[in-house]
Design a protein around this ligand. Structure first.
Ligand code: NAG
Ligand code: NAG
Length: 597
């Protein structure tokens, strides 16, 4: 499909059905359009005006003609001649081999640069071509372990064998320093478990995973059961953070469950499961009247404290893991479905907004403020992190799992297969992806770390060239770009594109993904073959780079791009659930039943 078609689609609200509205079947769409003027006359004379009318109609509505050519007559290659809506749930969407292989090349070049310059170090700096560790106590395989499953999925056998050997010979968690409980769990424990799963049970990974999890377990030893945010891996002792003593964030406590539960499933030791589940019990009991989650909780008391409410940093993966815990155990734990539904209702009630210019859906934040009398009031802040862009795909996935009326749904789902809530979430999700794509309308085609949306009271209308919908706060010509202006190789938009592609088969999502990939190639690639780097201002072309290649570039961004262009048989969404660092774990029928409800 052409760029211009993708561009045009991007400017409208997405071509999905509205709540309560029937989406016309693609075939019906074609025939009703043609039938309407011709049905009530019978003489041959009348064909001329009919043809004329049809001609004028298509002249005025060229998009419909293109759509009919494209979808009804089977014009486009990716559907293999069959309209996608008629395919069964396990539709086989074939690979775009050339684009997939381009992603593999970028991945392999980056990995080889890291391997050559910094093998085994936690972090990598592609401009200076050197590595560093998170602490002075030595590395914990932050990069290598995070990337194992990408190497497996992309079939890079030699590179994988070397990485495995490093895990076997050099990986140690006996590091006497403080590590983030959350990051260590999602990147390292998640990476080991996924490598274990994809290798059909390579014992090396399970042994390492158990060692790491046992070192982390003491964090749960608190009065409430909420985990401490920091862990000394050698001393096996949990700690508070220096910045927020006594506090932790909802995303940190509620994004360990997929990993710890799967570890129990494969080891038969249910301690991990119970510790992770107890956290969910605390979170459930702490529910606030509006059903939203404040980003901070008090660790000792297990209660929310008055703090911002958002789907971005410190909030995001709480919502993600409610859904994914339900999916992980094959829909057998109703409690997660209920908690998920409750939280998504609240998100719709309070956080979903429409932009001023193009009426695009976005999520805002609620920020508490104290007035002169010490009373708290909540200010709606039209701020959206790039991190929130996972949420579009997540909502669509949720619509097909918690919002479906049958065991499985079509690709894409028909309206009669979804409940009212399912239709609502599907629509919000696809519109949110559309909005995230709009935030790529920058000089580089890459989206900034954080955007603000216009609101009537912002006083910006008076400015020359006032943006219609969104802007980067604090960006000023000639000044050092604000933190919000950077793109640090984040995966969240392409993650949503991958999920949306699998659930719809709509080429639009692949087209968007390819554009993002090309922008990364153009602006983030470091000259001299060192890898790919963060850029500090998405609105500056050529972009200035910063000496950092986050592990999630290889473990998430390029993995999701690879999967977007691979065929749908690879890591089917019916059989896998991705942790928040893109590590696929299997869906299973749990052998442990705790009765948590
Ligand atoms: C990182 O830690 C590992 C293991 O202790 C060590 O071999 C390596 O030299 C460290 N890297 C740097 C850049 O300090
Ligand atoms: C999930 O449950 C369905 C039936 O409810 C079953 O057909 C399927 O095999 C299960 N999947 C797994 C991975 O256990």
């Amino acid at each position: 499909m052409t760029e211009s078609r993708a561009g045009r689609k991007l400017k409208k609200t997405p071509p999905k059905f509205a709540v309560g509205e029937q989406k016309p079947n693609k075939k019906e769409n074609g025939s009703t359009t043609i039938d309407a003027p011709s049905s009530s006359f019978s003489t041959t004379l009348i064909w001329l005006p009919v043809l004329l009318a049809v001609g004028v109609y298509f002249y005025l509505n060229p998009a419909i003609l293109i759509q009919i050519l494209d979808e009804y007559i089977g014009f486009s290659e990716h559907y293999d001649g069959a309209p996608v809506a008629l395919q069964p749930a396990h539709a086989y969407l074939s690979a775009d081999v050339a684009k997939r292989d381009a992603v593999v090349k970028t991945f392999r070049d980056s990995w080889l640069a890291y391997e050559r310059n910094a093998m085994g170090d936690d972090e990598y700096h592609p401009i200076s071509q050197q590595g560093s560790n998170l602490t002075k106590a030595g590395g914990i395989g932050y990069m290598v372990v995070d990337v194992l499953d990408s190497l497996q999925i992309m079939g890079l056998q030699n590179e994988y064998s070397r990485a495995r050997k490093w895990v076997e010979k050099d990986l140690s968690f006996d590091r006497d320093d403080e590590f983030s409980t959350f990051e260590t769990t999602i990147r390292v424990l998640g990476g080991l478990l996924s490598a274990y799963h994809l290798s059909d049970g390579d014992a090396l990974y399970l042994e390492k995973a158990v060692d790491l999890a046992d070192r982390i377990m003491p964090v749960f030893d608190t009065p409430s059961g909420l985990p401490l945010p920091v862990i000394n891996l050698a001393r096996r002792r949990g700690h508070h953070t220096k910045d927020f003593p006594g506090l932790t964030s909802i995303a940190e406590v509620a994004t360990l469950q997929l990993e710890f539960r799967y570890l129990s499933q494969v080891t038969g030791n249910d301690d991990y499961w119970r510790a992770a589940e107890r956290v969910m019990d605390v979170v459930k009991k702490a529910r606030l009247p509006h059903g939203l989650a404040s980003i901070f909780m008090n660790i000792d008391e297990g209660q929310y404290i008055t703090s911002a409410i958002r789907l971005g940093a410190r909030g995001d993966s709480y919502y993600e893991y409610l859904l994914k815990q339900y999916i992980q155990t094959n829909g057998s734990e109703q409690v997660y479905r209920d908690m998920y539904d409750d939280s998504i209702d609240a998100v719709h009630n309070y956080l979903i907004q429409k932009s001023m210019g193009h009426k695009m859906i976005y999520t805002s934040e609620l920020v508490p403020e104290k007035d002169a009398n010490d009373e708290i009031s909540w200010r709606l802040t039209p701020r959206q992190d790039h991190l929130v862009c996972f949420f579009g795909g997540s909502l669509m996935l949720g619509a097909t799992r918690t919002g479906s009326l049958s065991q499985s749904v079509s690709v894409p789902p028909r309206p009669d297969e979804l409940s009212e809530k399912g239709k609502r979430d599907w629509k919000t999700g696809s519109e949110l992806i559309n909005t995230c794509m709009h935030t790529h309308d920058t000089a580089t085609g890459l989206s900034p770390e954080t955007v603000y949306f216009r609101v009537a009271s912002d006083g910006m209308d008076a400015l020359p060239n006032a943006p219609p919908d969104w802007y980067i706060k604090g960006a000023a010509v000639g000044e050092f770009p604000p933190y919000d202006a950077r793109y640090m190789l984040r995966p969240e938009t392409v993650e949503s594109l991958f999920i949306a592609w699998r659930l719809t088969g709509d080429q639009l999502y692949r087209d968007h993904g390819w554009k993002i990939f090309q922008s990364i190639e153009k602006h983030c690639k470091v000259e001299g073959g060192g890898g790919y780097a963060t850029i500090i201002n998405v609105d500056e072309n050529p972009a200035r780079q910063e000496d950092k290649m986050e592990t999630f570039f290889l473990s998430e961004t390029l993995k999701y791009l690879y999967l977007l262009f691979d065929d749908a048989g690879t890591l089917s969404l019916d059989k896998h659930v991705f942790n928040t660092e893109a590590h696929p774990l299997p869906v299973f029928d749990p052998s442990i039943r705790t009765g948590f409800a």
